[in-house]
Write a protein that binds this ligand. Structure first.
Ligand code: ASP
Length: 262
């Protein structure tokens, strides 16, 4: 269902990290439905952290994953056809509040798939034993260059877990997150005493500082959870929301504060 790259291929990135600094990652993986499960196998079954492309695909097949056809979903096919009319190569991440359906006081309404140029699923968790873990998975930026890999499979980029301190994940323009080792930075800020939202805000401010002119054009959001179960997020632009589930709530959607306002 993810949007393809500009050559029409869906390529997937994912990583996973547990409370003992074990981690696994796959990037530029094609025709396998659940890349995060392959990342988990890399973590559990190999001495490595990261497998990419054809090697990751072969590893997946050897470990019982089934090859999919690689055909696009109807929605993705339509969006790709639309994109091909101009074939404009503009790898800019959408900014949620600029899309139709966004209401400032609530979670964004459902968007058509073509309005969504990114779709990272980042999950960070604290279990009953007080241990932290996380995962991050995506088809990446729609209509990206073939071979392009974002932040989502990069440990310290799209995901970082330090069981002494906290965990963080990110969504949005991966190039910007990689530039500052974004989630590692967020965790280190929590180590220095910042609460999760403050730590995420510092990472966003770092992006602003290094690139003040461009910051208006891209969206990045960070989400963090500390060892005490406190959570928070902060994004460059409004519209970044996250879902929180604990023993008392069946899942609530929380709107992150952002640097820019509408
Ligand atoms: N962070 C992802 C990437 O750059 C995009 C997304 O948010 O899905 O590939």
């Amino acid at each position: 269902g993810g949007n393809p790259d500009r050559d029409g291929f869906v390529t997937l990135d994912a990583c996973i990290m547990d409370e003992k600094y074990n981690c696994g990652s796959v990037a530029f993986l094609q025709k396998i439905k659940n890349p995060i499960s392959v990342a988990r196998k890399v973590m559990d079954m190999t001495p490595h952290v990261m497998l990419v492309g054809e090697g990751a695909y072969q590893f997946a097949l050897e470990n019982g994953f089934e090859a999919e056809s690689g055909n696009l979903s109807d929605d993705a096919k339509n969006e790709y056809q639309k994109w091909l009319r101009t074939s404009e190569y503009k790898p800019v991440m959408n900014i949620e509040h600029k899309q139709s359906g966004f209401q400032s006081q609530s979670a964004p309404a459902k968007l058509n798939s073509g309005e969504i140029n990114h779709d990272t699923m980042g999950i960070i968790a604290l279990d009953d034993h007080g241990d932290l873990s996380g995962s991050c998975t995506t088809s990446g930026m729609g209509f990206k260059m073939h071979g392009r890999v974002g932040d989502s499979p990069i440990i310290g980029g799209g995901l970082y877990v330090d069981n002494e301190i906290g965990a963080a994940t990110s969504s949005g323009q991966g190039e910007e997150v990689i530039r500052i080792c974004g989630t590692h930075l967020v965790v280190e800020m929590m180590r220095m005493g910042k609460n999760p939202e403050e730590a995420c805000k510092i990472a966003i401010e770092r992006l602003l500082k290094i690139n003040p002119e461009k910051a208006n054009e891209f969206q990045v959001g960070f989400l963090a959870l500390n060892k005490n179960g406190e959570h928070g997020a902060y994004s460059m632009h409004p519209g970044f929301t996250y879902s929180m589930t604990d023993n008392d709530s069946g899942g609530i959607v929380i709107k992150a504060n952002s640097h820019f306002s509408i």
